[in-house]
Write a protein that binds this ligand. Structure first.
Ligand code: NPW
Ligand code: ADP
Ligand code: MG
Length: 280
């Protein structure tokens, strides 16, 4: 099924005029490592622009000043380690958690992910290095909470599932994986496909302007934000992928293809939302 304007309109919820930041969901983004703090900055900002009430980032200590100055709207909790995540601890209950971006694969980070998964019960959004670590420890996949959203790009998908001979083969592999682990797979690409058990959804927005560093980190923040706002993980994935692509379609005549960067996706999320209420 195609992910169309009409399909997204039917899944989107109106914001209650009486809502406040405490009722719109608290998103937690876990990731970052020395030299890759930008990933979580982009993701947290994207989460807030997608509408959750609160966002917190858990990151290594070296990222504290950076996130506080780049995204002052987000709160920050730091790991005991300076350069990488080694022990994931927080003392509040987020409505959604995105994990893995810019996180690296240090041995301590791998153990921290294992300990985190062992005590996780709510659906997660799992991206980048969290996917890469799971690829190397397939036995940990049973710890991934049901209903989680996994967002591999083609290389991450290959690491997780193995090589496929064709697009049809990789979709078949994704269906089997989704059914076995009860997870939503967002197969990022051009176009992005979303697989939930036996269903396959194909996005209709986006263009090559999205082929830029941090584009996926932004998407992870958007999906996490929508789950925090009580969307079903499948709906969160469909809406986020559609809006993410729409930002690039709307921006193209204004920014041009080459100059478009991941921060522009964030800057156009508002216009992408507004385009949902205009007739198309
Ligand atoms: N500012 C920051 O802090 C940023 C931090 N980031 C963080 O960096 C970490 C590493 O993430 P990463 O994705 O760059 O590395 P990696 O998993 O080795 O994949 C690269 C290889 O995959 C392939 N490939 C990718 N897309 C493809 C496609 N559409 N279609 C086909 N192939 C595709 C392609 O392989 P090739 O074709 O070259 O064989 C490419 O060389 C991670 O933690 C991430 O969150 C980044 O988000 C950037 C901004
Ligand atoms: N040519 C393209 N057309 C449409 N979307 C694209 C294209 N290239 C990349 N994208 C999108 O950009 C994002 C890239 O994600 P990812 O590779 O994880 O980036 P990063 O890790 O740098 O944040 C995905 O959502 C993907 O679908
Ligand atoms: Mg990525």
């Amino acid at each position: 099924m195609k992910i169309t304007h009409r399909e997204i309109i039917s899944r989107i919820k109106k914001t209650d005029p009486k809502s406040h930041k405490g009722t719109l969901g608290h998103a937690l983004i876990i990731g970052g490592s020395y030299g890759k703090i930008g990933s979580v900055c982009l993701s947290a900002k994207a989460a807030l622009r997608t509408g959750c009430g609160l966002a917190t980032v858990f990151l290594p200590e070296c990222g504290y000043d950076i996130i506080q100055s780049v995204v002052p709207e987000a709160m920050a909790i730091t790991d005991v380690q300076h350069k990488c995540i080694s022990d994931i601890q927080f003392d509040f209950l987020p409505q959604a958690i995105g994990i893995g971006l810019g996180m690296g694969q240090d041995a301590a980070t791998q153990q921290a992910l294992y300990a985190f998964l062992r005590q996780s019960t709510q659906p997660l959004v799992i991206d980048a290095d969290a996917l890469n670590i799971l690829s190397g420890h397939q036995e940990w996949l049973s710890l991934v909470p049901k209903g989680s959203v996994l967002t591999p790009h083609p290389k991450e998908f290959e690491r997780l599932i193995g090589k496929s001979d064709s697009v049809a083969h990789s979709v078949a592999q994704a269906k089997t994986f989704s059914a076995r682990h009860q997870v939503v797979l967002v197969l990022k690409g051009a176009p992005t496909k979303i697989v939930w058990q036996n269903e396959v959804f194909e996005n209709t927005t986006g263009n090559a302007a999205l082929a830029t560093a941090g584009s996926g980190d932004v998407l992870t923040g958007m999906i996490t934000s929508l789950i925090a706002q009580s969307y079903h993980p499948l709906d969160a994935a469909l809406i986020a992928v559609y809006l993410h692509g729409k930002t690039a379609d709307l921006a193209l005549p204004e920014t041009g293809m080459q100059a478009f960067i991941a921060s522009d996706i964030i800057n156009y999320i508002g216009k992408a939302y507004l385009s949902l209420s205009s007739a198309q």
